[in-house]
Design a protein around this ligand. Structure first.
Ligand code: CO
Length: 129
């Protein structure tokens, strides 16, 4: 139980490390084989994986000024996804194919819900504190 709690805390506070560890099938099979580029790891971005038509994690809490990077971790040949702010003009990625990524920096505090343009049932939220 303690180990599980530690892992959860690690995932919440260092989303990036969590995603990068998901290359191992036993750690978190729900996220698939997502390869996080070293450049992204080094940049300190908060990473949201896109896998199985879901944003993982679907709600993240980040400090003001944080940059969030979404990475499409779907298997090859899966339909592309987007990350698109529910509020027009705040941010909107192009179609992201497998392995593609998109970043946005959140300067102001607030709650920023978003979705995937081709799949409106895919929803997430960035909470900036
Ligand atoms: Co989608």
């Amino acid at each position: 139980m303690n180990a599980l709690r530690l892992l959860l805390v690690a995932c919440l506070s260092v989303a990036l490390a969590c995603v990068s560890e998901r290359t191992g099938p036993s750690l978190n099979p729900g996220v698939g084989n997502c390869q996080v580029p070293l450049a992204v790891i080094d940049s300190g971005h908060v990473v949201v994986a896109i896998n199985n038509f879901t944003f993982v994690q679907d709600t993240i809490v980040v400090p003001q000024g944080a940059t969030v990077t979404w990475i499409n971790c779907e298997p090859d040949e899966t339909e592309p996804h987007t990350t698109t702010s529910d509020t027009a003009g705040v941010w909107g990625s192009p179609d992201l194919t497998t392995g593609a990524r998109f970043s946005h920096t959140f300067g102001a505090a607030g709650e920023f819900p978003y979705h995937c343009e081709p799949h409106p049932f895919m929803m997430g939220k960035v909470v900036v504190q």
